[in-house]
Write a protein that binds this ligand. Structure first.
Ligand SMILES: [Zn+2]
Length: 278
């Protein structure tokens, strides 16, 4: 199975990729496209695209996943935020394509349902058309459903089906968000219900990536709080079930569990890798 983690970029991208392979033996890595809490690029990273590609090759990291900034809201009814979001998405797509990143993950955002769908479809169309990007696949991540968040699996399925860029779109399934949204992923029944919705509304072939996180918040609470694997509501049994589902065996899994140091990733990876072989 393909496991990886979200790596911080404090020491630069090359260090993140090197540590991911040498310290954690990750096959896949996710990084932020830029400072996740601001609109402007804020990393003092002087690595060139060529340097990064060499490092990816050397450490055999594939897929590389970029995650867009948190401020992006491609469904926003506010024109200023919307325009900034479309621009940020286009920049992220260009960066992802230049690095050879197979996937760019973004949250779907929030807004009024019908208007949100129109805005999202338009944003995706503009970003792909304006950039000419054709290799990087944009993955829409399911949300925990707080406020007016529109990231339900059914909604994501609609976006993928209705978009002109359907073949460039897919789903990133976050287990903690699904649990907070009301799918009881601690049980086989909950997993079956969830997979049925993915199959019927999105299509299994559109599920490209899993964010494997346990949930610190309660089932159906709609609160997005990640926890160490096995220590939240999903629990060890829930992850054991996930890792034994044949439908998910080929899907890369990235941990976004809480971390103060690389030891936290080491511990969580050990837990999930152990569950995968039992
Ligand atoms: Zn996630």
């Amino acid at each position: 199975m393909i496991f990886g983690v979200h790596m911080p970029l404090k020491g630069g991208i090359i260090k993140a990729l090197t540590d991911a392979r040498k310290e954690l033996n990750c096959d896949t890595v996710q990084i932020f496209s830029k400072n996740p809490r601001g609109w402007k690029p804020a990393y003092a990273d002087h690595a060139t695209t060529a340097d990064i590609k060499i490092s990816l090759n050397m450490h055999k990291i594939s897929p590389l996943v970029l995650h867009s900034i948190y401020l992006i809201n491609l469904a926003s009814a506010n024109d200023e935020i919307y325009e900034k979001s479309v621009k940020a998405l286009a920049e992220d797509l260009l960066r992802a394509e230049a690095l050879g990143a197979q996937f760019l993950v973004t949250h779907v955002g929030s807004g009024e349902k019908e208007e949100a769908l129109k805005r999202l479809l338009d944003a995706i169309d503009r970003a792909y058309t304006e950039t000419g990007v054709h290799n990087t696949i944009l993955l829409l991540e399911n949300s925990s459903g707080a406020g007016k968040h529109v990231g339900e699996l059914e909604f994501i399925g609609q976006v993928i089906k209705k978009s002109k860029w359907s073949k460039n779109l897919g789903l990133c399934f976050d287990t903690a968000h699904a649990y907070a949204r009301g799918f009881d992923l601690s049980s086989r029944k909950g997993w079956n219900e969830c997979l049925k919705i993915i199959k019927n509304h999105v299509g299994m072939e559109k599920l490209y990536l899993i964010h494997a996180n346990d949930s610190a918040s309660a089932l159906g609470s709609k609160i997005d709080r990640h926890k160490d694997i096995g220590k939240g509501g999903i629990g060890l049994e829930g992850f054991r079930i996930m890792l034994n589902l044949p439908e998910l065996a080929r899907i890369p899994m990235i941990l976004e569990t809480p971390k103060k140091s690389i030891d936290d990733d080491r511990r969580n990876l050990k837990v999930i890798r152990k569950l995968a072989v039992i």
